[in-house]
Design a binder for this molecule. Structure first.
Ligand code: MG
Length: 253
């Protein structure tokens, strides 16, 4: 049986677990999109790639690999530039503080790369808060005979063998299968979230982004958010028993 030893977010016996995407959800800009648009093959090809994934013409894994292959900038320089250019959702930090005080673990599930996520979160939220946060993501590796911090030196190391590169449902499903389990939330914005969209009790999809289009097409119940203050209010009401997850899934409004 699964237990808290294999499911880290159960360790404190929480009433709820908050799973979330990172890029474009916790941050205002997607760091991988930023690198592709500014250091790689540019926004036009990147948008075409995202649209192909959304419409099922190709896999997220292929499209993402191609995006990252177009970036030759040394990895340490990429992080430096991202720290200067990627901003955090203004209400995320307060939400983090509330979650910590109310025993709601935050689990970051990302198609991005671990060192980028850790660096941005430490910079934007704080070193201490990030230490306690579980982050499951893709990673970075050196290309053969190279160092990640030289020109053309790095490559993505995918989390698993799926077409998603990181199949986010793999992390969520063992929790969902438990008999007595916490309420499960997920927040996301785009094509990297398609694997997670159907797995939790309440899905927050960022207003105006690709994930909304997908949820409407696939009839996945969801509610939209503009920033983390919208999420904060609903999560508080659900955890306090003032609102059911079913009532909260109001779709696009
Ligand atoms: Mg995203």
């Amino acid at each position: 049986m699964s237990s808290s030893s294999t499911l880290p977010a159960l360790r404190t016996q929480p009433k709820a677990i908050f799973f979330t995407d990172f890029d474009g959800t916790i941050t205002l800009h997607d760091s991988n999109d930023w690198m592709t648009d500014n250091l790689g093959f540019g926004a036009e090809l990147r948008r075409k790639g995202n649209s192909d994934v959304l419409h099922g013409a190709r896999t997220f894994r292929d499209s993402f690999q191609e995006m990252m292959d177009s970036v030759n900038t040394p990895f340490d320089r990429c992080i430096e530039l991202l720290l200067q250019n990627v901003k955090l959702d203004p209400a995320f930090k307060e939400f983090c503080t509330w979650c910590a005080a109310n025993n709601v673990p935050i689990v970051v599930l990302s198609g991005g790369m671990q060192p980028v996520i850790r660096a941005l979160l430490a910079h934007l939220v704080g070193e201490k808060e990030v230490q306690d946060m579980q982050i499951v993501s893709n990673d970075v590796k050196a290309r053969e005979g190279k160092n990640i911090n030289e020109e053309g030196g790095w490559d993505i190391e995918f989390h698993d063998d799926s077409d998603f590169g990181h199949d986010k449902s793999l992390e969520i499903r063992p929790y969902a299968a438990l008999k007595d389990r916490p309420v499960m939330f997920y927040a996301g914005d785009g094509v990297s979230d398609l694997s997670a969209a159907k797995e939790t009790d309440l899905l927050f999809a960022k207003a105006g982004r690709d994930l909304v289009t997908y949820c409407e097409r696939e009839k996945v119940p969801f509610t939209t958010f503009n920033d983390f203050s919208d999420i904060h209010k609903i999560v508080t009401d659900v955890v306090d028993g003032k609102m059911s997850v079913k009532d909260a899934a109001t779709g696009k409004n």
